[in-house]
Design a protein. Structure first.
Length: 476
């Protein structure tokens, strides 16, 4: 029986207090394929009450008990990998290969990394006569986005459990079905009653009720900077902790000593991955002016080889973007790039040839972009790359840092010491040198308007604990 119209509260699937439904749209077809219930403040109250009842006992469980619980969750998640991938592909348009091997796999990787980090996490240490104790902060409200649904759900839920917290999850109402599958996983794993609760609904209703709720001790939010500001304002009256991972406009500096062909091609692929719907995507490529035209030719060829189409079709690299709202926003920003005088190298407005249905966007590359143009300032969240020329390394660094965001940055160079020196000068929470492998133990989070706090592995556990000093713990 489907749980799509139910919430998960106090260890049971329950109906909403007041029935109301929302359509879930498949972005490849533009049609509703299922419905979810839209919760309200009363549903949040029920979930928070359950989490508060569960916290005293769960917060006193041992490290070993929480490790065993995470182990059961991992086992149950592995058993549902294919179901998870199908849900993600249907709800947000990811090609099936990406949905299974990146999207669903990211959730599993975070759970495994959290378990590994928990093994050696220091919950207590002695400093003189004082005992330093790190303990779960309490009831946590978790709000997650649609673009990497399981990546963000698991890198909040896993560390919250590891820290001994209880929680209420509100997934994105645009892509909620993967979180229903995840909740079935949590139920199958035997998570104690009230420790994990899930309420679906709109951010302006459920998210706002959670953020302002006096029974919630911490909000962990991933989404747009605009929405993150609203969460922080709503949370301020109860002085709860707010951890945020927000927007980005990440620079990708290709230094003169880089392998230009490799660096540009990889930069285009990274920008377009997940149809450009990644907050840390390298959307601003900075290239030495003398090689700017050469870089444009490489980027053009790479973009034109990118296959956009049905997420279920073999060989599809990019599926649709998630919604009509996102599609319209991206079209408007592409047009702004044209109107403001950037050179359109590949793509442009409208759907790719042969696709007249679905929220498909043409892989787009602009050259001769200046950092005051709209496409260089605003987060587009689509497969759109801006290539900016620079005259000196100092200017490249200045342009890279000239943004209200600071989530990620990228440096390409054949000289590792040179790349390290530049990386240290970039104002971003994570800097990648020469396209390294994803590291779930590296801290992830932003400077400036990209947020605060850090996620992944032990960094995530730190975000969910309070620090207590017990003086006189040992006699002097």
């Amino acid at each position: 029986m489907s749980n799509h119209l139910k919430f998960y509260i106090d260890g049971a699937w329950v109906d909403p207090v007041t029935p109301k439904t929302l359509d879930v749209i498949n972005p490849a077809t533009e049609e509703a394929y299922t419905q979810i219930s839209a919760g309200g403040a009363a549903d949040v109250d029920r979930a928070v009450a359950a989490a508060r009842r569960a916290f005293p006992a769960f917060s006193r469980t041992t490290r070993e008990e929480r490790m065993a619980l995470l182990g059961r969750i991992i086992a149950a998640y592995k058993a549902r990998m294919n179901d998870m991938a199908r849900a993600i592909s249907d709800e947000m348009g990811a090609p099936m290969g990406l949905a299974l091997n990146s999207q669903a796999a990211a959730g599993l990787a975070h759970l495994q990394s959290t378990l590994k980090a928990l093994e050696s996490f220091h919950f207590e240490e002695q400093r003189g006569a004082t005992r330093i104790v790190r303990e779960g902060i309490g009831v946590c409200g978790l709000i997650t986005p649609w673009n990497w649904p399981m990546n963000q759900v698991t890198c909040k839920v896993g560390p919250a459990i590891a820290a001994g917290c209880t929680m209420v999850l509100k997934p994105s109402e645009i892509a909620p079905i993967s979180s229903i599958v995840f909740t079935e996983i949590m139920d199958a794993a035997g998570v104690p009653q009230g420790v994990y609760n899930m309420v679906n609904g709109e951010g302006a209703v459920v998210g706002a009720a959670m953020s302002a709720h006096p029974g919630i001790d911490m909000m962990s939010f991933t989404g747009s900077t605009r929405a993150g500001i609203l969460v922080a304002k709503a949370a301020a009256d109860t002085v709860k902790r707010v951890s945020q991972e927000l927007g980005g406009k990440s620079p990708n500096i290709i230094l003169p000593d880089a392998d230009l062909a490799r660096a540009v091609k990889q930069g285009v692929v990274s920008c377009f991955n997940n149809s450009g719907q990644s907050c840390n995507a390298p959307t601003r490529m900075l290239v030495q002016r003398a090689r700017h035209d050469e870089a444009l030719a490489i980027a053009k060829a790479t973009a034109e080889k990118t296959k956009v189409g049905d997420p279920k079709a073999e060989g599809t690299q990019l599926g649709p973007v998630v919604s009509q709202l996102q599609f319209d926003k991206i079209q408007k920003l592409i047009q702004a790039g044209i109107d403001e005088g950037a050179t359109l190298v590949a793509g442009g407005t409208g759907r790719p040839e042969g696709l007249n249905r679905g929220y498909y966007v043409r892989p787009t590359v602009f050259g001769n972009v200046t950092n005051d143009m709209t496409i260089a300032r605003e987060e587009i969240f689509g497969p759109v790359l801006a290539i900016l020329p620079y005259d000196s390394e100092e200017q490249a660094i200045q342009i890279a840092n000239d943004t209200p965001y600071g989530l990620a940055a990228y440096v390409q160079s054949e000289n590792l010491e040179h790349a390290r020196d530049v990386a240290r000068q970039l104002r971003a929470g994570q800097v990648k040198i020469n396209s390294p492998a994803w590291d779930t133990f590296a801290p992830f989070g932003g400077y400036k308007q990209s947020g605060n706090g850090r996620e992944y592995a032990d960094w995530g556990i730190h975000d969910f604990v309070e620090v207590k000093g017990i003086l006189g713990f040992e006699a002097a």
